[in-house]
Design a binder for this molecule. Structure first.
Ligand SMILES: Nc1ncnc2c1ncn2[C@@H]1O[C@H](COP(=O)(O)OP(=O)(O)O)[C@@H](O)[C@H]1O
Ligand SMILES: [Mg+2]
Length: 301
């Protein structure tokens, strides 16, 4: 039954720095093999949540468990792989020394480092000092250190910053392989569309509260708005009278219409203008869905 154990369980987490509330009653579960993306504006509380998850901060209220254990205990931390931009390296060490060190601290033999270095394309750089690496190479060293112990949960804070498109694709492929083996991933990113492509669940945090916890597709489909673009002879004021229309913007001979009810609008539109052409309907993207959530929060506050 060990393989089906919930990887991370956080309940009722609260954390404040003086007067600043960073986390306000946060619950979060992560299951084996899941990739959960933590999204939200600067100051939302993402890093605080990550630091509590990996045992660097103790929650002031509530509890967090990783594979059933307290992440502030060394035995529990061994089940975690952590890559955080802010951690930095001792620059005098070589790539091999760093990854080997991570293996040994995780209770493995030094030789465990070799296959991970190869997997991440660091084999040829193994003897180089980290001070001499590019930003993208340092990111890969961080990831190698996180992966070497084959953790149950990988916690990654903005892991693809500074990576080019192909390095980024390679990165997600490596994670997909680990996930297929049962590892779970908790990743913070400001690249919302990227997380839509890779995450099973998106958790939107703002002002220390979880505003949404759902698959990315579901968040997008919750947004009622659709965008209709069309070439039409109807003028703007006629379009604005049509059912469910929120806004009309015309550019040359094309108009872009935001609507809550595209089906109803299209029926009337096709009826009024038999000559209309170049019709397109599209969803809002995840980025718009997340912004809609956090904007609604601003309005409420
Ligand atoms: N060490 C700290 N001292 C005081 N305030 C902090 C500290 N770290 C974070 N904060 C505040 O807590 C809130 C949440 O920050 P953080 O968890 O870093 O959010 P995020 O990672 O989403 O940007 C912010 O208002 C931030 O300014
Ligand atoms: Mg942060």
């Amino acid at each position: 039954m060990g393989t089906t154990q919930t990887v991370m369980t956080a309940e009722g987490l609260r954390y404040r720095y003086g007067e600043t509330v960073a986390l306000d009653d946060v619950d979060l579960r992560v299951e084996p093999g899941e990739c959960v993306a933590l999204l939200g504006p600067n100051g939302a509380g993402k890093s605080t949540l990550v630091m509590i998850a990996v045992g660097l901060l103790a929650p002031q209220h509530g509890s967090v468990r990783i594979m059933g254990g307290d992440p502030r205990r060394a035995a529990t931390r061994r089940r975690l792989g952590v890559a955080q931009q802010t951690l930095g390296f001792p620059n005098t060490l070589t790539v091999n020394e760093l990854v080997t060190g991570a293996a040994v601290r995780g209770g493995l033999r030094a030789a465990a480092a070799r296959p991970v270095l190869e997997e991440l394309g660091l084999g040829d750089l193994a003897r180089r000092r980290v001070a001499k690496l590019s930003g993208g190479q340092k990111q890969r060293v961080q990831l190698a250190m996180a992966l070497v112990t084959e953790p149950a949960l990988l916690v990654l804070d903005e892991p693809t910053v500074g990576l080019d498109t192909s390095a980024r694709r390679h990165f997600w492929q490596i994670l997909a392989r680990r996930r297929a083996q049962g590892a779970a991933v908790l990743v913070t990113t400001h690249l919302i569309e990227e997380s839509a492509a890779v995450a099973d669940r998106v958790v939107v945090l703002d002002h220390g509260r979880i505003l949404a916890d759902a698959p990315p597709q579901e968040l997008v489909s919750r947004l009622p708005d659709r965008t209709v673009t069309v070439r039409t002879g109807l003028d703007r004021s006629a379009l604005e009278q049509l059912p469910g229309v929120l806004s009309v913007v015309s550019e040359h001979d094309r108009v872009t219409i935001q609507t809550r009810s595209p089906e109803e609008l299209l029926r009337v539109l096709l009826d009024r203008d038999p000559d209309l052409s170049d019709l397109r309907v599209r969803d809002a993207g995840l980025e718009e869905a997340v912004l809609a959530l956090t904007d609604a929060q601003e309005v409420a506050a």
